[in-house]
Write a protein that binds this ligand. Structure first.
Ligand SMILES: [Zn+2]
Length: 265
């Protein structure tokens, strides 16, 4: 390391191999900025980057700003989220956290609260105390709000009345309306007051106020799907980790495995 190196706590969002043994590393710093760095000879240098460049690792990273890129000098693992890594299904949720950040957050911009929310989502997954569908529903909705995609969930887009007991969230075309209207188009979910109040509260809640919020278990799976498809609609790309989780669920009959995730259906 050099005296001019910058040190920052960060979450590894993703990596890809580059020329020779270099790695391109996407990392979200505690300064709420997503950056791309180059780790020179990372594939060969076990000492400088030992076990610390896997997606959703919490690390201390040291880097130097060069004129056209960020050069990573070294990184040290602070938390690997071991319980997540030991469970293949939870790994899928860990990757989903990273994919959501990579798809929605613009690099080099500051997004208030982004680092805390992402780190806490990973700690929540690792604690195994909360249904991962709820953790991801909260996380995805907050990131969509931070990225500027969230509607207000206050007024019907057709008649301008205040949304209440029965309302519809449609993705194609995108609108929130009272359930009484006849709607053309596709991708519609009818929701009730509970989900409306959950989304309104979550939208304005501070990062440390969001993890005690909840919704009925029976609505969670549809809400999770609604939110994942919302990202796909906005980005016009497949959300790969979500598709993988869906595939895992549809194959549950074959393996005979039933756990807290599968049992939600
Ligand atoms: Zn209306």
């Amino acid at each position: 390391m050099y005296a001019s190196d910058l040190g920052v706590d960060a979450i590894i969002i993703g990596t890809k191999d580059s020329k020779e043994a270099d790695k391109v590393v996407y990392f979200l710093g505690e300064d709420n900025i997503l950056r791309t760095g180059i780790a020179k000879s990372a594939s060969r240098s076990f000492r400088r980057f030992i076990n610390s460049l896997q997606p959703f690792s919490f690390v201390r990273i040291y880097y130097t700003k060069k004129s056209s890129f960020v050069l990573l000098r070294e990184s040290n693992l602070k938390e690997s989220f071991q319980f997540v890594r030991e469970d293949p299904l939870l790994v899928g949720f860990g990757y989903l956290v990273c994919e959501v950040i990579q798809k929605l957050i613009r690099e080099n911009d500051i997004h208030e609260g982004l680092f805390t929310i992402t780190l806490n989502a990973l700690y929540q997954l690792n604690s195994k105390n909360t249904n991962p569908l709820l953790i991801l529903a909260i996380f995805i909705f907050k990131i969509m709000t931070i990225a500027g995609y969230s509607p207000s969930f206050e007024i019907c887009d057709l008649c301008k009345r205040r949304l209440d007991k029965r309302w519809v969230w449609q993705l194609n075309p995108q609108r929130c309306v009272c359930a009484v209207h006849h709607l053309t188009g596709t991708m519609k979910w009818e929701w009730d007051e509970e989900i409306l109040s959950f989304l309104r509260t979550l939208r304005i809640a501070k990062p440390d106020e969001i993890w005690h919020l909840g919704v009925s278990d029976k609505k969670l799976k549809s809400l999770f799907r609604n939110l994942c498809l919302w990202i796909e609609k906005v980005t016009e790309e497949e959300l790969k980790s979500y598709r993988w989780l869906e595939k895992m669920e549809s194959s549950k009959g074959k393996s005979g495995r039933v756990d807290w995730f599968y049992s939600l259906k």
